[in-house]
Design a protein around this ligand. Structure first.
Ligand SMILES: [Zn+2]
Length: 101
């Protein structure tokens, strides 16, 4: 394995683009082992091809963030996903004829 390759394959960067069936948002989540960021796709939010960090992603985007998970880190091979934990539950009084706005 000590040989040097000629560089003729350079420029053929292989990006694993998924076939895009409609719009999605991307949440960039760092690998828990090596911090390499991988993009998690979500279709539950506004799907405006936005990119978020885990901290700034809206909760409606995060609810669907594991639709393609778990992700395997391309650098170190760690498999990971995003675990959602509800930290706050708020009960609100809602009148019967009030629409969900
Ligand atoms: Zn990693």
């Amino acid at each position: 394995m000590g040989r040097r390759w000629s560089r003729e394959d350079e420029g053929q960067a292989q990006e694993e683009e998924e076939v895009v069936m409609g719009m999605f948002d991307t949440v960039n989540v760092p690998c828990p082992t090596c911090q390499t960021v991988a993009g998690f796709q979500s279709k539950s939010g506004d799907c405006l091809l936005m990119e978020y960090t885990l901290e700034e992603a809206p909760s409606d985007v995060l609810t669907d963030v594991n639709r393609h998970g778990p992700v395997t880190c391309e650098k170190c091979g760690t498999r990971y996903s995003v675990k959602l934990t509800v930290t706050t539950v708020v009960v609100v009084w809602t009148s019967e004829d009030e629409d969900d706005t």
